[in-house]
Design a protein around this ligand. Structure first.
Ligand code: HEC
Ligand code: HEC
Ligand code: HEC
Length: 137
């Protein structure tokens, strides 16, 4: 009996750890959270820095931007593709590339302001992961 309990405890540890490893592996690249209503996901970039949120729900659902305002000129329709480019960084944004095409202080708040609005950080990332796991907001 004691042996069985020990084995059970060991197994639950193992499961716990592999669960953790799985989450970490996924958040290494970033997050892609499907949204059925909009038909395009919420995306969190982790490269080069962790925790930058792009929301279709906000840009399409709330602002009503057309797909063509971003696709295919600014972004391909493939989540986390942009972060494979070595120039996916603030300098490019300041030069009007990627998000910076709109986040220039005219059409939308400038990329050198309100850092934490785009950079939800590691905390924000953890919160989203939790929401994904529990399905709750
Ligand atoms: C304000 C900009 C913007 C608008 C507007 C926009 N998208 Fe996107 N979309 C993005 C970005 C950014 C990505 C991620 C690209 C990347 O990471 O390289 C993306 C990725 C996607 C993807 C890939 C998802 C995946 O899982 O790989 C699909 C599909 C998509 N968009 C569909 C749409 C559709 C349909 C519309 C119009 C209803 C739309 N988008 C409007 C910015 C936009
Ligand atoms: C086609 C234009 C366009 C592109 C491209 C674009 N945005 Fe936006 N974004 C807007 C507009 C317009 C607003 C709302 C106006 C404002 O807040 O100044 C906005 C607002 C936001 C907000 C505020 C959301 C909120 O809840 O208040 C965030 C965060 C954001 N964008 C992130 C991004 C990121 C990250 C990218 C690139 C991956 C991006 N945007 C690309 C047009 C764009
Ligand atoms: C409109 C959205 C947006 C705003 C506002 C924004 N960033 Fe960024 N930032 C990005 C994106 C997109 C990336 C590239 C993806 C990633 O690193 O996850 C990035 C990457 C970075 C990086 C790593 C790459 C590099 O350029 O060194 C740093 C550091 C950074 N941002 C700092 C800042 C600071 C500081 C501010 C405020 C002054 C700021 N960001 C405001 C979207 C934004």
């Amino acid at each position: 009996m004691k042996k069985i309990i020990k084995i059970l405890i060991f197994l639950s540890f193992l499961l716990g750890f592999s669960g953790l490893a799985y989450l970490q592996e996924r958040s290494e690249e970033g997050l892609v959270i499907p949204n059925e209503e909009i038909g395009a996901p919420e995306i969190v970039y982790n490269k080069p820095v962790k925790g930058v949120l792009f929301s279709h729900k906000y840009h399409v659902g709330e602002l009503g931007l057309s797909c063509e305002s971003c696709h295919p000129k600014l972004f391909e329709m493939q989540a986390l593709k942009a972060q494979e480019n070595p120039d996916f960084n603030m300098n490019a944004l300041y030069q009007g590339k990627y998000c910076g095409a709109c986040h220039d202080g005219k059409m939308a708040f400038a990329s050198n302001t309100k850092c934490a609005t785009c950079h939800i950080g590691v905390k924000g990332l953890k919160r989203l992961e939790k929401e994904m796991k529990t399905g709750k907001k």
